[in-house]
Design a protein around this ligand. Structure first.
Ligand SMILES: Cc1cc2nc3c(=O)[nH]c(=O)nc-3n(C[C@H](O)[C@H](O)[C@H](O)COP(=O)(O)OP(=O)(O)OC[C@H]3O[C@@H](n4cnc5c(N)ncnc54)[C@H](O)[C@@H]3O)c2cc1C
Length: 377
């Protein structure tokens, strides 16, 4: 039987869209290049909105071992400043989350092609979307969802990343006292050229995830060991957290080219772009997964309501723009030397600012288009 929709990329956004469509009896083919979910560079913080969307998709994060995160700390200097988060939050490794999402897609009737990579996506003269795979297979459908995250696909190049960001993730087993101290908190750490976060995840371990601009990495000879040492020098709180910690991966996993602030302007008929293909929010907000789920939900609703892909993409852009610009503004502040100079003052007001920023950089319920509401409910 002819597929109705091809979904390229089986991460958060692609799985969410395929589950929603599969449950409605639509004929969906999801193509994911990894044979099994792998570790991804991600802080693994799940905001309140992300938790709601995951719950609606049938993903029980508590049963999967998610750790409650009621507090956030800013650790640019000693002592760190703590504030309660203004929404429920949890943390869960991407490997666990992505595994559960793919399983849910399969049980929703989605035809899942795993370990197969889409090499190109083109439109035929008959108006069909045609995906050509690395093994030469070709799949066609009248509609496609592009959900390849930050990876580009031939014909759909990535937006620019002028700051040339590099991101890393490493798991640690912390020393018992540090582990107890970190429990239930997500800690944001600042240093020149970037920022990082550490938080507990399931299995009694901690995730340290950090970003830095290429030129700062160049300053330490492009070596992550040197960078980590420099970060600990600049941020004694991190040095304290990592003292006696056991690294659990041979080396951090890394990703380059992160076009923070990108929001897709246009698309072609029949091609809905979701997740990081729709928008890439600065990582410190911990909101990328929520946006991926939100954009998937909106795209499904738009598709079911017959809203054209170009109209959907334009509306989504307008809806996400204020949140994105605010997050970028806040991220610039984190990386600004002047802001660092006034940090002692900022720290005094930080808990309040954090609460407000956290609230403002969430995807608001009103951001769903009217047509999406009608179908999504
Ligand atoms: C440093 C950093 C920290 C972050 N921390 C957080 C956080 O704490 N909380 C949070 O909410 N967000 C965070 N994010 C953002 C979050 O990780 C992303 O926004 C989210 O993963 C986007 O989901 P997605 O489905 O668009 O992409 P992904 O989850 O990356 O999925 C894309 C999928 O497409 C597949 N794929 C790619 N190309 C092809 C192809 N050609 N053919 C077939 N399959 C393909 C990939 O294998 C992948 O599985 C962070 C991001 C970074 C960089």
């Amino acid at each position: 039987m002819q597929d109705e929709v091809l979904i390229i990329g089986g991460g958060v956004a692609g799985c969410a869209a395929s589950i929603a469509l599969g449950r409605r009896g639509r004929r969906i083919r999801l193509i994911e290049r990894e044979a099994t979910p792998r570790h991804k560079v991600c802080g693994e913080f799940l905001s309140g909105e992300a938790l709601e969307d995951l719950y609606a998709l049938g993903i029980d994060v508590v049963a999967l071992g998610a750790v409650p995160i009621p507090y956030v700390r800013l650790a640019a200097a000693k002592p760190a400043v703590e504030a309660p988060l203004p929404f429920p939050a949890k943390s869960l490794t991407r490997k666990t989350l992505d595994t559960a999402l793919i399983a849910e897609a399969i049980s929703s009737g989605v035809r899942v092609e795993r370990g197969r990579s889409v090499q190109s996506l083109t439109r035929t003269p008959a108006g069909m979307w045609q995906a050509t795979l690395d093994d030469g297979a070709v799949f066609e459908a009248p509609t496609a969802f592009l959900a390849t995250g930050k990876h580009d696909l031939r014909g759909y190049p990535r937006p620019k990343d002028p700051q040339r960001w590099v991101a890393f993730k490493m798991y640690y087993r912390l020393a018992p006292a540090q582990s107890a101290d970190l429990a239930h908190a997500s800690e944001l750490m600042l240093y020149p050229g970037g920022y990082g976060g550490i938080q507990p995840v399931e299995g009694g371990i901690a995730n340290l995830c950090w970003v830095v601009q290429q030129r700062y990495l160049a300053g330490v000879g492009h070596r992550w060991e040197n960078l980590l040492a420099k970060m600990q020098q600049d941020c004694p709180h991190l040095a304290m957290r990592l003292s006696g910690a056991e690294p659990l991966l041979d080396k951090p996993i890394a990703v380059t080219h992160i076009p923070y602030g990108h929001i897709r302007r246009t698309t072609e008929d029949g091609l809905y772009c979701i997740g990081d293909q729709a928008a890439v929010i600065p990582s410190f907000t911990g909101d990328g997964i929520s946006i991926a789920l939100h954009t998937a939900r909106c795209a499904v609703a738009a598709f079911l309501a017959g809203e054209s892909a170009p109209l959907f993409q334009a509306r989504l852009r307008s809806a996400l723009l204020p949140q994105m610009r605010l997050a970028e503004f806040a991220a610039d502040g984190l990386n600004n030397a002047l802001a660092r100079a006034v940090l002692p003052f900022c720290l005094r007001i930080w808990p309040g600012v954090m609460r407000v920023t956290a609230r403002l950089t969430r995807v608001a319920a009103g951001h769903t288009t009217a047509v999406s509401h009608a179908v999504a409910d």
